[in-house]
Design a binder for this molecule. Structure first.
Ligand code: VG1
Ligand code: CO
Length: 583
């Protein structure tokens, strides 16, 4: 057994190590600076306190993007030096973000141990590779992202850090082979345990869904399916779950081999970046070469996001969570005794609100970022939640869960088609969405992203919008000048959230313009980018009349878009005449 020693290294702070919406994300070259990663890791250990770290079991893994392996070796050596007892690593350093959450909550080690937290190495939907992004975030004992209290403390620590601890003579661990390696250090034994990346997650999914029912659907010749992992870590789970467990055809999976640069693509499951899937589903510019599948889905780099598509049909994430919530009790065994409540992030459309009202469910509106759902779930107040940004999930873990969302949709399809599999027409994804709109009304919804805008200009635009809110008559005068057909703004504010469980307050969570007819315009600055600023503009309009729910959403929202661009003086501040991404 190798015996290692601990050394104390001197260091000095780096600027800008403030975790954003979901961890610290920077260009790889920034992370590769001497001591950059080390400072952040030590700042995290210090924020968690020495007593919590000593003797603990910590997970380290991620989406396998470029620089992950080097980062894992550094974190293992620092964990050993800080008194951690064991490190758990998914084989080849791969664990999806939802799988990390499942491992923390459910995995029991060889000595009966449980993990107390995890370093997740991912920049999620941001591209990867030597010139792209790397990221790191810490998740807590409940399996969820560290709350703001901890991330603020980590940041504070990074501004004053003077030293870190590392076991320099600990050899690099082999992360490609499953098994436990034992080491010894000044504080006693230290183990590195490499395990199968999918095992715990697959086990959990089987306790939630009726795999037999889904299998019947997936093996029905009439039902065709396509899953695109965009070369992210979802590929490591897709084969195990869809092919091995549920008997889908292997040809149903595309881009399911995880790659450190995501094959050069942008691992963000939306209509712009999931090009191959979008084309197959008949939603591309050109007609597809063969009949599109009945159901299609994609994931982001770390597999916590999902995009749901039907044949020639796009389901907005805001509708998706509402539809899952409306059908969960009937379609998914895990929810058979009822939903404890539902929640959405503020910019997500109000489709879920209508379901909550109709089904008399507890409902919560939280700021953007999954960390805000965790407290509600821990307190037993929320079962299903979602974000407009292709994030959907439930209280089975404390992260959003891309594959879970696909299984939820497959469960709904299996239920609606249980009598049609042998003969008759299948109920399609589009049918399910249309019948949802017929019962609950439709929330037309779109998001405009202006990526990589000058940070100063973005701040000025936001300041302008806040100032404008002080005079609603002025706002309405501007609106009537451009679009007299748009209703009046009746309320404007910056969204603020008081956590109903711990009372903590989060301010400046996005600028809202709320209209008399229920329409909303929301402006936010992204907290996940690594360069410049990204302005997000969210546009929403409710249509209760079932005969008017079938319009093209860009057409239906055109008047509100025009108003938004005018109110914000988007082009004047940013020089941009159009967004980089529209979803
Ligand atoms: C974006 C999304 C947000 C999501 C976050 C993390 O944040 O808008 O809804 O929770 O990404 O998702 P922002 O601050 O850029 O708008 V992931 O899949 O990147 O962990
Ligand atoms: Co993600």
């Amino acid at each position: 057994m190798v015996i290692f020693s601990v050394v104390k290294k001197e260091t000095s702070p780096f600027d800008g190590q403030k975790p954003g919406t979901s961890g610290l994300r920077k260009k790889v070259k920034v992370f590769k600076q001497e001591n950059y990663l080390q400072n952040f890791v030590q700042a995290t250990f210090n924020a968690l306190s020495v007593e919590k770290i000593k003797g603990s079991t910590i997970v380290v893994s991620g989406d396998g993007r470029y620089y992950s392996e080097e980062a894992i070796q550094i974190i293992v050596k620092m964990a050993a030096a800080n008194g951690v007892r064991r490190i758990w690593i998914g084989q080849n350093g791969l664990l999806s973000t939802p799988a990390v959450s499942a491992v923390i909550r459910d995995r029991v080690g060889a000595d009966g141990e449980k993990a107390s937290g995890a370093f997740i190495l991912t920049a999620s939907h941001n591209p990867g590779g030597p010139h792209e992004d790397f990221g790191i975030k810490y998740n807590m004992e409940n399996g969820g992202p560290a709350p703001e209290g901890i991330t603020n403390k980590i940041y504070e620590n990074t501004t004053t850090i003077k030293e870190y601890f590392i076991a320099e003579d600990l050899p690099d661990v082999d992360i490609s082979t499953i098994g436990i390696t034992h080491f010894g250090g000044p504080a006693g034994p230290f183990d590195v345990d490499v395990f199968d990346s999918a095992e715990d997650y697959v086990k959990l999914m089987k306790t939630i869904f009726d795999f037999e029912a889904i299998k019947k659907l997936l093996t029905c010749p009439k039902f065709t399916f396509c899953y695109d992992a965009l070369h992210g870590v979802a590929g490591a789970y897709a084969n195990r779950i869809f092919v091995e467990e549920l008997s889908a055809d292997e040809s149903s999976l595309i881009n399911c081999i995880p790659k450190e640069d995501f094959g050069g693509g942008h691992p963000d499951p939306n209509l712009t970046y999931a090009k191959e899937l979008v084309a197959r589903m008949g939603l591309g510019k050109e007609a597809p070469t063969s009949e599109p599948p009945e159901f299609g889905a994609a994931a982001d780099g770390d597999a916590d996001r999902n995009m749901i598509l039907g044949k020639r049909f796009f389901v907005t994430p805001s509708d998706s969570v509402a539809i899952i919530a409306a059908n969960a009790v009937e379609a998914i065994p895990y929810f058979s005794s009822g939903l404890k409540g539902v929640a959405r992030s503020m910019p997500t459309s109000a489709a879920l609100d209508v379901v909550a009202k109709n089904l008399d469910l507890k409902f919560f509106e939280v700021p953007t970022g999954w960390k805000f759902f965790g407290n509600l779930m821990d307190a037993g107040m929320c079962s299903v939640c979602g974000e407009e940004s292709f994030g959907t999930g439930s209280d089975h873990i404390r992260e959003k869960d891309g594959i879970w969302a696909v299984l939820a949709w497959l469960s709904i399809l299996a239920l609606k088609n249980k009598d049609n599999l042998a003969g008759g027409e299948l109920v399609s994804v589009e049918d399910i969405v249309h019948s949802h709109w017929a019962s609950y009304g439709r929330h037309y919804y779109t998001r405009y992203d202006y990526e990589n805008v000058d940070a100063g200009a973005a701040k000025e635009l936001m300041a302008h919008l806040v100032k404008l809110q002080s005079s609603l008559p002025e706002v309405n005068k501007i609106i009537k000048g451009v679009r007299p057909d748009v209703s009046n703004v009746v309320h404007g504010d910056e969204f603020e959230y008081k956590d109903p469980v711990d009372g903590s307050v989060s301010k400046h969570q996005g600028i809202r313009y709320l209209f008399e007819d229920g329409s909303r315009l929301i402006f936010r600055l992204s907290g996940t980018g690594s360069e410049g600023a990204t302005i997000r503009l969210y546009i929403e309009q409710y249509e209760a009349n079932p005969s008017k729910t079938g319009r093209n959403s860009q057409e239906a929202l055109a008047p509100l878009v025009e108003v938004a661009l005018h109110l914000s003086k988007m082009e004047e501040f940013t020089g941009r005449s159009s967004p980089t991404v529209i979803t």
